[in-house]
Design a binder for this molecule. Sequence first.
Ligand code: NAD
Length: 470
Amino acid sequence: MATHLVTGGCGFVGRNMVQRLYRNGSNRVLFIDDLSVGTHPDTWLGQPLNSEHKEMRIYGADERLVFIKADLRDVLRELNKDPQYFQKRYGLDVVHFDDIFHFAAIVGGRSKIDGDPMLVAQDLSIDAEMFLYVCRNKPGRLLYPSSSAAYPIDLQTESNTLQLKETDIDFKRMGEPDMTYGWSKLTGEFLAKIAASHYGVHVTCIRPFSGYGEDQDLSYPVPALAARAARKENPFEVWGTGKQGRDFVHIDDVLDLTLLAMDKISDGRAINIGMGRLTSFLELIEVFSGFAGYKPNIKPLLDKPVGVHSRYCDMGWVEANLGWKAKISIEEGMRRVYEAALKKIRRMSRKDAKAQEEPLKVASLIAFPPRRCAFAANNPCLTSSALAPAPSSRVALRSTTRRLLVRCTMRVLRSPSSVGRSSILRSSHASSWTRPAAAVSWKAMISRCSTSPTGTHPAPGRRQRKPSPR
Ligand SMILES: NC(=O)c1ccc[n+]([C@@H]2O[C@H](COP(=O)([O-])OP(=O)(O)OC[C@H]3O[C@@H](n4cnc5c(N)ncnc54)[C@H](O)[C@@H]3O)[C@@H](O)[C@H]2O)c1
């Protein structure tokens, strides 16, 4: 079976591409991610786990989705030493890739680009390993995602804002790109040209502007603003004055143009991917708060990093040469993101509410008399009182009930904001009887815990008081 490789396949662009390739093709899709930022495929892939071996997990009945959790650089070094590496380590019959989509990178939004530029500079080593690999092993095609951050920053100031054209990057007359992130992308573009001209590799470079989508990480502005509007934040905080603008383009359009460009461009040329429209953060807030049906006061946070003032592109070359225009308008795309944020918030508050109700339900299950449950509900130590087994039921607990209790305790503990969690943590003996849920036997757990009508836990070994018959 022919195989595509998606590096950084659990990141925002990567996981969208993995799903697109799987849905629209018949090739195997092998994706590699170290999960330093990416999210585990179990949470988004929507296909059943088929089998696993070492760091590899195969999904789907047709076994076309293969995930390897690894630092891409280690894998590429192994492959450069021995092209049979996948066969030897995982028993996987892959020695050649059709298309490689190279999305593995340290990106992280403005706070990382400005806040930890040397970490971001690691992209140089990730890309260097990739280009060495493709020049040695010649895949069918390579997609290299550069970025709008590669453009000279002096073309993006308040007094000098240009609609950026592909030709504004000229390797003979270089401008200063945006931090180490932009430098690494420029270097990548340069390597792409060399790979094409010196080694005959089919390479396409893209410069996406501000890609956004429903499942993007909250460290990016679009989903973050949408979530805050959905919660009706007021005053509404914005980094900087909010007048800085970007060219927002929906991920579905980014993928469409990427795939089209790979069919048409093979010499390492880079193209813009954007809408060709400048939208300020203040405008975005207006759109989202309009969806939420309120008008917030704006609170500028002037000490936050904001990057360049205005960054947007000229899509003239793409329209003229590839006949492509973005299909998803800002209004439609932002509506999708807003609705996804709203759904997430509703789901979380339902989960929270459930986590708080569940202990009482379980408590009733293990024969707490209803009055005692009511008492527990009024008790500051609600969850721990309800969860710790009643003395009379200690011996009689069935194993299913035990499991239910343990699961319930863990769920309450994981819940970020529930009252239940804080009351468990506040309870003096809580840790001694909740921790065993994972590590120690139920017997040991019971012997350490006890309940009292006041909801506090007397020291182990003390005599139990009877539940108060209120
Ligand atoms: N999202 C955008 O709008 C946009 C715009 C311009 C360029 N790009 C480029 O597209 C690519 C993907 O961006 P994204 O938004 O999906 O970023 P992302 O941070 O969501 O995804 C990057 C993925 O790479 C993984 N990764 C990092 N280092 C790795 C390593 N050493 N080995 C294996 N995996 C590693 C991370 O865990 C993450 O899942 C990047 O090269 C980025 O520069 C994206």
